[in-house]
Design a protein around this ligand. Structure first.
Ligand SMILES: *Cc1c(COP(=O)(O)O)cnc(C)c1O
Length: 353
């Protein structure tokens, strides 16, 4: 039949975690429970309204220069975008252009296969082992690209830089993307690899550790040539990805390193407290180096706990696919007070079964 539908790019979109409109204890999307630095607030409230008449700086130089200084690289090593989702999507579009497949883990950030489908990139998923660990040898075969989060999501497990360095070394024929969305919560960063190899791209976000998911800031650090190709694709798509207010807010966040480190520390302390309490309630989980814990109860089904928590106004995340993770709940780390309430309610749910 002749119909315009034959020419549609059909995709199954990514499903983000729920954003309830009522006040709940929200432990379902790995947001930071603390507000961003007060300097961010000041930068936004001091904004000159008249400046919004003009397009924002398409080169985003204030934010790029600040990030370059912070990470001791050159501005030409930095690319910024509207959240790391934008940066990752642009990186898929730019670097993964082959008939050979790209590789990523079977249990990982569930946006990778969506972008691969959207951009018609063939891919092969590599199975995590029974402890949810990455299997290094799976990534040795020739391919046209690799993308892995470190720590991985939703497992929270991190690997040392040496693990990724071996992969990067083995694959001069393709770009290896390390998605460091959660690296600030206690893992080793692969940033040093950027100075040694021209085929590694490290992607970061302000959404988790910097408590600015609402602003949408992500960035990539890599060899100058990689960044140039990425920018060429971006400027062929939308020159003004980042708005003027967000650019100011981003700079202010980087400038308040003391506040940043203090809040990270708070989240890490609460995470370690939560691990102990969860163990006491009969949960097991891989050791998390992120701001969430991926936990399974010894006898009670995850969906039961999920529904009961929701009734009590506590939201966590449950993934029904792939099947081997449907017994798990991904619990984001809230404030100490929120986690206390969470553990109390969880205790009642378990007792009630
Ligand atoms: C949250 C997350 C992102 C996306 O973050 P943005 O809000 O788009 O910056 C990317 N990768 C992983 C693994 C994430 O968990």
């Amino acid at each position: 039949m002749t119909t315009w539908k034959n020419n549609v790019r059909t995709v199954v979109p990514y499903t983000p975690g729920e954003q309830p409109k009522t006040k709940v204890i929200k432990l379902n999307t790995n947001e930071n429970p603390y507000p961003p630095s007060p300097l961010v607030g000041r930068a936004i409230s001091d904004l000159d309204l008249d400046s919004l008449r003009k397009y924002p700086d398409p080169s985003c130089s204030s934010l790029i220069n600040t990030l370059a200084k912070y990470h001791s690289v050159e501005p030409e090593n930095v690319f910024v975008g509207v959240g790391s989702d934008d940066v990752l999507a642009m990186s898929f579009l730019t670097f993964f252009n082959s008939k050979a497949p790209i590789f990523f883990p079977d249990i990982t950030y569930s946006f990778y296969d969506v972008w691969a489908d959207l951009f018609r990139i063939p891919y092969e998923v590599k199975k995590l082992d029974s402890d949810f660990k990455l299997v290094a040898s799976d990534y040795s075969e020739p391919c046209s690209g690799i993308v892995i989060p470190n720590p991985n999501a939703p497992t929270g497990i991190s690997e040392p830089v040496s693990f990724f360095e071996n992969i990067v070394k083995e694959h001069p024929e393709c770009v290896v993307i390390i998605d460091e969305a959660y690296v600030d919560f206690g893992s080793e960063s692969c940033l040093p690899l950027v100075n040694k190899y021209d085929n590694v791209l490290v992607v970061r976000t302000f959404s988790k550790s910097r408590a600015m998911a609402g602003n949408r800031i992500g960035y990539a650090i890599g060899n100058k040539e990689l960044i140039k190709y990425l920018s060429d694709c971006k400027f062929s798509f939308n020159s003004y990805t980042m708005d003027a207010i967000t650019l100011k807010a981003g700079v202010a966040s980087i400038e308040d390193d003391e506040y940043f480190k203090a809040r990270i520390n708070d989240v890490i302390n609460t995470r370690e407290w939560t691990k102990e309490k969860l163990k006491g309630l009969g949960f097991s989980f891989p050791d998390s180096k992120s701001n969430f814990i991926f936990a399974k109860h010894e006898s009670i089904e995850a969906t039961h706990i999920f529904e009961e928590l929701k009734k009590r106004g506590i939201y966590v995340r449950h993934f029904s696919k792939p099947e081997r993770i449907n017994d798990y709940l991904r619990i984001s780390i809230g404030t100490a007070e929120e986690m206390n309430t969470f553990i109390e309610e969880l205790g009642k749910i378990i007792e009630g079964v």
